[in-house]
Design a protein around this ligand. Structure first.
Ligand code: AHM
Ligand code: MG
Length: 278
């Protein structure tokens, strides 16, 4: 898998340079979920595809910006699902964004994940690699230097909860109110990469992107966004559920399938299960 990690590092350095270049307009294209694609989304997708295609151990790839899988090497053993630039609309307001990678064997199901990686493009560039454990690297001068392993405490201090609040379901609102009553503080930037990174570096808490009245299957995509972070949170000693079920046990019905998602330390995941046990 080291060859995949090296390709990710090269892509990240190239994307970080592109982000800093200029303001980017919306392109005329839409992706499979119907979002307007920013030019930088497309460019990041191309950069990553070019680098991953050089890796002989990869069988096929698919990204949030692609309708279908792309064949790489018929003798490869890994499948890579990636979100080339998550939260890209936040670039205009100078907030952090990220790239997310999920490394699978056999299928794009959660149970077939063998590694997950993400990059945060912020004031600094951070790289987190989860295989057996979760390691934080930071880009210093011209390379990613190991900083430390990331592990979650049994209980955190922060709540990071997405989706339009007026469309939250009553039990979700009750859960969030209860957590604020227990002393949790709000932490939310609107980008899942920096929001989840914050929790991982601060030892825990709860990030959620719940189902809403208008979007019962929620927004975040399983293959590119939810599964990789579920893998990372579990390897760091926490968990990830859709309200009731472990997300890594779910099977997407199509590659862009979505589901509600909750990532946290063990105490917060138990709070969610109780609140969603309807
Ligand atoms: P994107 O992949 O189109 O960038 O969408 C994913 C992002 C996540 O980073 C974030 O958690 C979520 O969308 C916020 O969405 P919204 O502002 O629509 O609630
Ligand atoms: Mg995304």
């Amino acid at each position: 898998m080291q060859d995949i990690i090296e390709a990710i590092k090269i892509s990240a350095i190239k994307i970080a340079k592109e982000i800093k270049k200029e303001d980017r307009d919306y392109s005329q294209n839409t992706n499979s979920t119907g979002d307007n694609q920013l030019k930088i989304d497309i460019l990041s997708d191309i950069i990553i595809e070019e680098e991953l295609k050089k890796v002989t151990s990869i069988y096929e790839i698919v990204s949030e910006e692609k309708d279908d899988v792309v064949a790489v090497n018929p003798d490869g053993i890994y499948k890579v699902g990636y979100d080339p630039l998550d939260g890209s609309s936040l670039i205009d307001v100078n907030l952090s964004v990220g790239s997310i990678f999920a490394i699978y064997k056999n299928s794009f199901n959660g149970q077939d994940l063998v590694g997950a990686v993400y990059v945060v493009y912020g004031p600094r560039m951070d790289l987190v690699i989860a295989i057996d454990d979760v390691k934080l690297y930071r880009f210093i001068e011209d390379d990613f230097k190991y900083v430390k392993n990331l592990t979650l405490d049994e209980r955190g201090k922060y709540v990071s909860t997405g989706a339009t609040q007026k469309n939250w379901l009553p039990w979700h609102k009750k859960l969030v109110d209860k957590m604020f009553d227990e002393g949790y503080e709000l932490s939310y930037s609107g980008g899942m990469v920096p929001d989840l990174h914050f929790l991982l570096l601060r030892g825990g808490g709860l990030f959620s992107y719940p189902a809403t009245i208008d979007k019962p299957k929620s927004k975040l995509r399983m293959v590119f966004e939810i599964f990789p972070y579920a893998y990372i949170f579990e390897k760091a000693g926490g968990g990830a559920i859709d309200g009731t079920n472990r997300v890594l046990d779910l099977k997407p019905t199509f590659v862009h399938d979505t589901c509600p998602s909750f990532f946290g330390s063990n105490y917060e995941i138990e709070l969610v299960k109780k609140a969603y046990n309807l």
